[in-house]
Design a protein around this ligand. Structure first.
Ligand SMILES: *[C@@H]1O[C@H](CO)[C@@H](O)[C@H](O)[C@H]1NC(C)=O
Ligand SMILES: *[C@@H]1O[C@H](CO)[C@@H](O)[C@H](O)[C@H]1NC(C)=O
Ligand SMILES: [Cu+2]
Length: 230
């Protein structure tokens, strides 16, 4: 009995982080954290990441269904995503936006096609091979600026935390993804000149995705995806 209790306790400690992965549940707009899934699409894999960068689930997470709301946010203002719990896997972070095509809304569009551009990132810090650190460790939210020159209209915003603790094998990196639904107002008239598709932006073999972060300690780190549009 004693042994069983100890074994169960051990199993519980080992299993519990897996059973409760961090999720991006809320948008932060006008400095306020909104209700979970009011503006963020809820997926059907609550506790598991996406590992196949070519799957349709890679756009907004598996089974993501439209949220009821579209958050109005002023161009040039900060916007963010909040997590239900702090990030506990070492990794890297990217934020993307895409303008919703004519005839659709941020609540109907699935994000398909060559439409995405990067608006923010947090990159691991290296120093030639003596150490690597992860500024996303323990993060509970991430905020970036909606580019002020973007035209008014509906957009999807997509955030991904890429957990790299088991990323030395192909498809070992874990993508924690959510999409938010926004409408930008007070903007300008400039869109980026180049875009990526999601899925399509990665093949999974990028040096910043298929990577052993432990040994040898990477001397440099190459952030996956395009440069942040500015
Ligand atoms: C943010 O503030 C603007 C006014 O500046 C308002 O129109 C908008 O609805 C607010 N957004 C949210 C999600 O509350
Ligand atoms: C994150 O939190 C853990 C547990 O509290 C702590 O050991 C670690 O030092 C923290 N890391 C950072 C970068 O703050
Ligand atoms: Cu995990």
């Amino acid at each position: 009995m004693k042994f069983f209790a100890a074994a169960l306790a051990l199993a519980a400690t080992v299993v519990s982080p897996v059973a409760a992965h961090y999720r991006w549940t809320s948008l932060i707009v006008n400095g306020t954290t909104t209700t979970a899934y009011q503006y963020v699409r809820q997926s059907t894999i609550y506790n598991s990441p996406v590992t196949d960068v070519s799957s349709s689930a890679f756009t907004c997470n598996q089974g993501a269904t439209a949220a009821s709301g579209i958050a109005w946010t002023k161009a040039g203002n900060p916007i963010g995503f909040a997590l239900d719990q702090a990030i506990y896997h070492s990794g890297t972070l990217n934020a993307y936006m895409a303008k919703v095509p004519a005839g659709q809304t941020a609540a109907t569009w699935n994000g398909a096609g060559n439409a995405w551009f990067k608006v923010g990132q947090i990159t691991p810090k290296t120093n030639g091979g003596t150490s690597i650190t992860f500024p996303t460790d323990n993060l509970t939210q991430y905020t970036f600026t909606v580019p002020s020159k973007l035209p008014d209209g509906d957009y999807l915003v997509r955030i991904e935390h890429i957990a790299l603790h088991a990323a030395s094998a192909f498809q070992g990196a874990q993508f924690y993804i959510s999409c938010g639904q926004i409408h930008v107002f007070g903007g300008g008239s400039t869109l980026p000149s180049s875009y990526v598709s999601i899925p399509g932006v990665y093949n999974g073999h990028e040096p910043g995705i298929q990577i052993n972060i432990y040994y040898p300690i990477p001397p440099t780190y190459t952030q996956p995806g395009p440069a942040v549009w500015s």
